[in-house]
Write a protein that binds this ligand. Structure first.
Ligand code: UP5
Ligand code: MG
Length: 208
């Protein structure tokens, strides 16, 4: 991908921090194409004939990271598809080339590989809050989400993986001054307010 033609924002933060919620709102205001690595993996897991179904199911339940080749391929394919066939009528064609990559990269090997072989990100939106807040949100969501990892046992494992594997990724990009940290303990509206400011600043800087 040509980094002068597309803009990629990584969206990171712990399980239940609010990544998906904020991304959905950013999509409607900024015409992003929103790609959630977790959603792509869940779709692949359920795809008839997928050779990775079992592997993905086990990793998600155990809160571990699926081997990067699988996730990177899914993301790459989804980006290509969006650029080749922009969905009609939802404004994406105006913002064509703007991607929100949600829940990825969450381990250093993925980060280095994606940056090197797919494209560089302009920014990392980092939603931070406490484990108590995240646990409460996930258990509440778990009542209706049908997600196999929204139970206390899986959530604890997801927290562990987040601290061990994903925090180093955030520190890596922080050292490149790419990280905008937003406290996501506040209400959805308040967090969104801050998110739009960060995104607007990025696009302004890109224009000049
Ligand atoms: N909510 C959100 N914001 C709120 C707010 N400000 N105030 C009050 N409530 C708020 O939100 C979670 C819940 O909280 C919702 O009910 C929401 O209404 C409420 P959501 O926006 O869904 O949070 P999000 O951060 O997206 O949480 P999610 O559970 O999706 O995070 P994970 O990072 O755990 O899940 P993901 O789908 O990204 O990954 C799942 C698994 O896939 C991983 O554990 C891993 O096994 C695998 N994976 C890989 O292997 N590799 C990858 O690259 C990516 C994933
Ligand atoms: Mg999510």
């Amino acid at each position: 991908f040509d980094n002068t033609k597309i803009t990629v924002i990584y969206v990171l933060g712990g399980p239940g921090a609010g990544k998906g919620t904020q991304c959905s709102r950013l999509v409607s205001d900024f015409n992003f194409c929103h790609l959630s690595a977790g959603d792509l993996l869940r779709a692949e897991q359920n795809r008839e004939g997928s050779q990775y179904g079992e592997l993905i199911r086990t990793c998600i339940r155990e809160g571990t990271i699926v081997p990067m080749e699988v996730t990177i391929k899914l993301l790459e394919n989804a980006m290509k598809a969006a650029l080749e066939n922009p969905p009609q009528g939802d404004g994406w064609s105006e913002g064509r080339g703007r991607f929100l990559i949600d829940g990825f990269p969450r381990k250093m090997d993925q980060a280095l590989k994606f940056d090197e072989t797919v494209c560089l990100s302009s920014l990392v939106l980092f939603y931070s809050t406490t484990e108590e807040v995240m646990l409460e949100r996930l258990l509440e969501r778990g009542k209706t989400s049908g997600r196999e990892d929204d139970n206390v046992e899986s959530i604890k494992k997801r927290f562990r993986t987040y601290k061990a594997d994903t925090m180093p990724v955030i520190e890596h990009y922080a050292a490149q001054s790419k990280v905008a940290e937003i406290d996501s303990s506040a209400s959805i509206d308040e967090v969104y307010q801050k998110s739009t400011q960060v995104v607007k600043t990025l696009f302004k800087a890109k224009e000049t």
